[in-house]
Ligand binder design. Structure first.
Ligand code: SAM
Ligand code: SF4
Length: 333
């Protein structure tokens, strides 16, 4: 295994043992920050990895040391073969995780328990139904809230992902943190990131420092504490005094966390990406279909990984360059 792990190691010594697989680039919501307004171009079915190709890739990467796989998308739960894929992956020696918008959770709750899928992130950007409709363009707020409650009733405490955007939901930070008072839920605030077609500008990004400032203003500087982040964490984590849950901030824009990065991404159309912000893509689908080796593609992908955020530094004025990248929905967040 040690010899094979070299395939997972980049030029900076980072070992990429965490694979995120996008099961589809389609979705039952239309979050404006995630997908272009006009939607995605319809593509031929053959351009997507089949269930068995996904499973084969996951097995090959697990055999060389990948030990965590997160299923994401688009919305992973709308993929027809979701249960087939998740069942197969749950048999591998990995931690299996899921990121979902929560809409279809009630259909799968027994299945999650059956295969032991308990690491679940749910995205919810507002606690106000009207605002939620504005952001997602679909009216599923109640269903999502009910499904969060359903998970908790079943002993699965999800993490909540909240993309914080100025003048949209930056006034709800405290309301979200208050959810952690009585429940061991973990809320993670994500800085708004630029992707193709999402009309990002730096001033719409509500930053790490601004979030901390809002928290200090409300709770007082001495009433919340940093908690341990773990070695590959992308979030800085905190807990308000005597609260059961915690909150964290994912600051990809103002404070990138690339030193500990251990992630590789596989898109629904079979491209490997070494960084969420990089527009470079490495084709796995063709070798898979031609029965060729896929590990050299992985090696090449990681050899090309830049030290910090695809080579775009925080001080760079042209952070807008990031917008050339695919939209989040087709990368797999
Ligand atoms: N559909 C699932 C969901 O919404 O959780 C999984 C895919 S979604 C692309 C994964 C995560 O990416 C979500 O938490 C979403 O909020 C986040 N995301 C999408 N676009 C983003 C952006 N422009 N900036 C920051 N986070 C973004
Ligand atoms: Fe769909 Fe998730 Fe993107 Fe929203 S963030 S459009 S739920 S993939």
């Amino acid at each position: 295994l040690e010899h094979k792990q070299e395939y997972l190691t980049d030029n900076f010594g980072r070992v990429h043992n965490y694979l995120r697989i996008s099961l589809t680039e389609h979705c039952n919501l239309r979050c404006f920050y995630c997908m272009p307004e006009e939607g995605l171009a319809i593509r031929n079915k053959e351009t997507y990895l089949t269930a068995s190709e996904i499973i084969k890739t996951a097995k090959a990467l697990t055999a060389i040391g990948v030990n965590k796989i997160r299923l994401t998308g688009g919305e992973p739960l709308i993929r027809k073969e979701f249960t087939e894929i998740a069942t197969e992956l749950s048999r591998l020696p990995i931690e299996l995780a899921l990121t979902t918008n929560g809409i279809l959770v009630h259909k799968h709750i027994e299945f999650f328990k059956e295969i032991g899928l308990t690491n679940i992130n749910i995205s919810l950007d507002s606690l106000d139904p009207n605002k939620n409709l504005l952001i997602t363009k679909r009216d599923y707020f109640k269903q999502i809230r009910d499904n969060i409650a359903l998970l908790i009733e079943n002993g699965i405490v999800p993490k909540l992902n909240v993309v914080v955007m100025r003048n949209i939901n930056d006034n709800e930070i405290i309301d979200f943190i208050e959810l952690t008072k009585l429940s061991s839920i973990d809320v993670r605030f994500i800085e708004f990131m630029p992707f193709n077609g999402n009309k990002w500008t730096l001033d719409k990004c509500f930053s790490f420092d601004e979030i901390i400032h809002a928290v200090e203003n409300h709770y007082g500087r001495n009433h919340f504490k940093t908690i341990d982040d773990g070695p590959n964490s992308t979030s800085k984590n905190f807990r308000v005094k005597d609260y059961k849950g915690s909150f964290g901030i994912i600051s990809s824009i103002t404070k990138p966390f690339c030193e500990g990065c251990n992630r590789i991404r596989l898109t629904a159309d079979g491209k490997l990406k070494n960084c969420l912000f990089s527009s470079s893509e490495f084709d796995m689908l063709t070798p898979l279909r031609e029965g060729k080796e896929i590990l050299p593609v992985l090696k090449n992908c990681l050899k090309n990984k830049k030290e910090v955020r695809a080579g775009i530094l925080p001080k760079d004025k042209n952070i807008e360059l990031l917008e050339l990248n695919r939209s989040m929905i087709s990368i797999g967040g």
